[in-house]
Every structure is written in structure tokens, then in C-alpha cells.
Design a protein around this ligand. Structure first.
Ligand SMILES: [Zn+2]
Length: 71
């Protein structure tokens, strides 16, 4: 069977919407209690629309905090 291009989140079978950098999203995955399944060499993971929305929320919050620090 060919490899399915589904969401990388453990237990999620939804269609992939976005591909994101693992380094950028790792902290957000932890906050959400999600586990991404990926090969050790992969630096990117695939997210479905639902998971992308959740992860993006954390990334935006983090960016806001980082910007606030420079004020
Ligand atoms: Zn998903």
C-alpha cells in the first residue's frame, strides 16, 4: 500500500492541509498534548485543517510574547 498523505498527528486520519516545520511547532504540539508521527530525519510534519488551526494559535501567541519583550 502506498504511503498515505494524512495528517502526521497520532491517531488522526484527516487529509493534509499544511506542511509545517517540526522545529517551529514542537512546543505547540506539547501544549496541545499531541504527538506527531514522523521519521527521525524528517524536519516537517503534515497537519490537517483542524490541527493546523490549533497549532497556529500557539505559534501566534508565542510570537506576540516575543515581540512584547522588545518593547
Ligand atoms: Zn489532524
Amino acid at each position: 500500500m502506498p504511503e498515505k498523505k494524512a495528517c502526521s498527528i497520532e491517531g488522526c486520519e484527516n487529509e493534509t492541509k499544511r506542511t509545517v516545520s517540526l522545529a517551529k511547532t514542537e512546543f505547540a504540539l506539547k501544549k496541545e498534548g499531541l504527538k506527531a508521527i514522523h521519521k527521525p530525519k524528517e524536519t516537517k510534519i503534515r497537519l490537517c485543517a483542524d490541527h493546523y488551526k490549533k497549532i497556529k494559535k500557539h505559534i501566534k501567541e508565542k510570537e506576540k510574547l516575543e515581540r512584547a519583550r522588545w518593547r
